[in-house]
Write a protein that binds this ligand. Structure first.
Ligand code: HEM
Ligand code: HEM
Length: 273
């Protein structure tokens, strides 16, 4: 891998930051707010930020960078696809519970639903996330999907995945601001009590975490190499170097085939072969 040291630096920073986000949101609800419960009150609302930050930010961030981990390049692409999809699915389940918590809380307190920009953007992001999840399972996991469709949709898949992740970060920052404005009365948010400093810091850390994940995902040198560039890494382990050289030269001789292979690999398809 190109720039392995700097990759490690970014990876460790994002992992440390990810865990810090989860600890921060727990300290927020357990220490500064009313804890966690399922009783229609503030403690029920608190599941909303806890599950969103754990699922939709931390787990989702890991799901996005999982293909970039060089230690996984020995694993089959199919296995990696299942891990990638499984992590997104876990995030999706936590998000559904987070939404149930906030709607239930609003209904119990007779607070109107879906009036804020936060809720509009948030619900749009969640719906698009589910569409992306279902569509990606059909395109990249069902063996009957034509390879040309897999290849054609890969750039859209990566773009919309990163756009959705950006949407999650933006929605969360809006939600945090709203919550502080609503809940900090005495002392007021504008007097910047320690509670506000702590939660504002959480917001900043969320933005930095998002920046790290997007950085890792957009470095071309850290991308999982196409299969034919790493036969020695595959599980089948090419012990026979002659065979490897022969295959390599075959590929080099036929640049058309090589281009096609790269395209298929980009579509995440060759793994299933
Ligand atoms: C991507 C992440 C998030 C999504 C998709 C999301 C989604 C939503 C939705 C759909 C509602 C409306 C519920 C209703 O009308 O009954 C809502 C309400 C709310 N959320 Fe979030 N939320 C997210 C993150 C957060 C975070 C991190 C906080 C921080 C505390 C937060 C705070 C709030 C607050 C205070 C409300 C009630 C006021 C309102 O409806 O705007 N949200 N959220
Ligand atoms: C809503 C859920 C999803 C989001 C947000 C998402 C997002 C992403 C992102 C950002 C990448 C680029 C990663 C990189 O360049 O290293 C990616 C790659 C990929 N995703 Fe997803 N994804 C989702 C669900 C799925 C599902 C369910 C599958 C089905 C297996 C899938 C299959 C793939 C494949 C095959 C790649 C290419 C990996 C490579 O370049 O080696 N994704 N996804």
């Amino acid at each position: 891998m190109e720039g392995y040291k700097s990759f490690l630096y970014f990876l460790v920073s994002s992992l440390v930051l990810g865990f810090t986000l989860v600890i921060f949101v727990l300290v927020w609800v357990l220490h500064y707010s009313d804890g966690l419960a399922w009783d229609g009150g503030n403690a029920e609302f608190n599941w909303h930020p806890v599950l969103i930050i754990t699922g939709f930010i931390f787990i989702e961030g890991i799901a996005i960078i999982v293909y970039r981990l060089p230690w996984t390049w020995r694993c089959s692409k199919l296995l990696m696809k299942c891990i990638h999809a499984g992590l997104h699915l876990t995030a999706a389940i936590l998000v559904v519970v987070a939404l149930v918590a906030v709607f239930d809380y609003h209904n119990a307190k007779n607070i109107p639903n879906m009036y804020s920009l936060h809720s509009w953007v948030g619900l749009t992001v969640v719906i698009c996330f589910f569409l992306q999840l279902v569509f990606s399972i059909i395109v990249y996991l069902l063996p009957c999907t034509p390879l040309s469709i897999r290849a054609a949709f890969m750039p859209i898949h990566v773009y919309s995945g990163l756009l959705l992740f950006g949407g999650v970060i933006a929605t969360s920052l809006m939600g945090i601001t709203e919550k502080l404005i609503f809940s900090l009365r005495n002392p007021a948010y504008s007097s910047l009590p320690p509670h506000a400093v702590f939660v504002n810091t959480l917001g900043l850390l969320i933005a930095v975490f998002g920046g790290l994940i997007v950085w890792i995902t957009t470095r071309p040198g850290w991308k999982r190499p196409p299969e034919e560039q790493r036969p020695f890494l595959s599980n089948d382990n090419y012990d026979n170097t002659t065979e490897y050289s022969k295959e390599k030269s075959d590929v080099e001789l036929n640049s058309e085939a090589r281009k096609r292979n790269l395209k298929l690999d980009e579509a995440g398809q060759r793994s299933t072969m």
